[in-house]
Design a protein around this ligand. Sequence first.
Ligand code: SAM
Ligand code: SF4
Length: 315
Amino acid sequence: MTDGFGRVIDYLRISVTELCNYRCRYCMDETGVGKRGHEEILRLEELAEIAAAAVALGVKKIRLTGGEPLVRRGILDLCRMLADLPGLEELTMTTNGSLLSELASELRRAGVNRLNISLDSLSPARFADLTRRGRLSDVLAGIEAAEDAGFRHTKLNAVLLGGVNTDELSDLATLARDRALSVRFIELMPIGVCADWPPERFVSADAVLQAVPGLEPVGTDGVAALYTIPGWKGTVGLIRPMSCGFCDRCSRLRLTADGKLKPCLHSSEEIPLRGLHGDDLSAAILEAAARKPRQHALTAQGRSDSPRRMHEIGG
Ligand code: SAM
Ligand code: SF4
């Protein structure tokens, strides 16, 4: 499947829930969600049917996200259904890691190939404040559990939050010194609850290069520019949605938990898939690919066009 600009679209992100057990300050408001009723959220069978149609059209990689995917009831069943799809090369998940201690082994057995785990701070107090209810020790235990369960090439994702965690860039990056994982720093995007945050919160990924002397470029991985220091086992990735557009390499479609296919994270455009089957479903997926914009709205407008908050789309 290709879009109108010749980009190959082979990556589907599926948000399996809008709910989350954390309330990260840049992603959700304090009260959480509850806007959509249970019946508005796609059932597991519907998610699997859409995924199967997308894979038949050339999607090779699926990432499960949310909200927090591990709070979705039946998530292991869904993983099993998707992992069995012929033609799917990789099933991955982005998680806050809080429930991985219990679930990492089962996720592995259910066919998940790789994990991205979010980790914005190594200070227990700051982590608790940032997530409003998270415990750093749970996430660190989750990272260990993932390793013990056999997950490899795990990515730890930290959002750059100016004046909040920018004094920890070196400590976070150094997690890649002794472990074969990638610590990836992501520029904060002005979407949802943080769209109106002051400019000093939005920090360029260059701050990492300044904070960690000696990083040497070693290539790219998807939208991340990779660096390492000779002797380190892992890598440091910089993801720059703000300071350096990567839209020319975009290969993604995003399915929201309520069944809308988004051609672009930052566009308000959504193609409803619920209730479609067979050729109609395939045609709607192809239409979403065809409607991908050349570039997202962030650079030109300074803020996202999407009315949804991040936990309602799936980061
Ligand atoms: N709950 C899971 C987690 O936190 O990993 C998955 C969903 S979360 C929305 C996915 C990723 O989006 C997280 O790494 C989060 O830090 C990131 N994210 C949320 N809001 C963001 C924003 N405004 N800019 C950049 N990244 C953001
Ligand atoms: Fe939940 Fe992830 Fe959003 Fe944090 S970033 S509130 S963990 S969905």
